[in-house]
Design a protein around this ligand. Sequence first.
Ligand SMILES: [Mg+2]
Length: 230
Amino acid sequence: MRRTGQTLIFDADDTLWENNVFFERVIDDFLDWAAHPTLDRVQIRQILNDIERANAVTHGYGSRVFLRNLHETFERLQERPASLDERERIDRLADRLVRGEVDLIPGVADTLAELASRHELFLLTKGDPEEQQRKIDASGLSSWFRKAHIVREKDAEVYRRLARESGFAVDRTWMIGNSPKSDIGPARAAGMGAVFIPHEHTWVLEFAELDPSDAGVLTLQRFTELVDHF
Ligand SMILES: [Mg+2]
C-alpha cells in the first residue's frame, strides 16, 4: 500500500508542532480581562475574528499581527484609545507567544526520519518570515527537509509556482497539513494530492469546505500513520 519516491510537502504550525493552542490561551486570558458591560465572550470573540480576518489580508500572520489585533479589539470595545497601562497589559498577555519555544506533536521527529529515507521532504509555512524561521530552527527538524519555504499566504497559485520552480511532478506530490483552507484545498486545486491531518485547535480562519468524495485527499488521525501510506 505504500507509495514510493514521492515528494512530500509539510505544513508546520499545528501539523509538526503545536501553535494555535498558545494563541487560544492568550485569547482566553484577554477575554477574562476585557470583560464588557453588554457583550459576552462569544460576541467579543467574533469582533476579534473579524479584525483578524481583515488584518490577515493587509498584514499577514504571526504574533505581531495577533498583538495588533488584540489592541484593535480592545479599542473597538472601549470606543477609545487604550491607556499606556492597558497597552502594557495586553502586551504582557501575549508575552509567551514570542518566546519561541516549539512543542513537537508526538511522533513527528521519528516519522519524518523514516519518511526522509524513502521520499523527498519539503516544508511550506506561512507567516512572519523571522518568526517561522525561528520555529523551524528551534524544532530541530530542518535537516529532514530539502528546503523550507516561508510564504505570505498559501493559495493555489503558491502551490502551482512551487511545483513549477522546483520541478515537482504534481501527480507524485502531496501536501500534508491540518488546514482545509491553506493546505488541502489549494494543493488539490494545483493538482497535488493532499493528506489532511485534523488538529482540534485549528484556527477558525483556516476552516473551509472540503469535498468528502475527493479521492485525492487522504485523511489521517495521527501524524505517525503517514508511514503506513508513504
Ligand atoms: Mg497548520
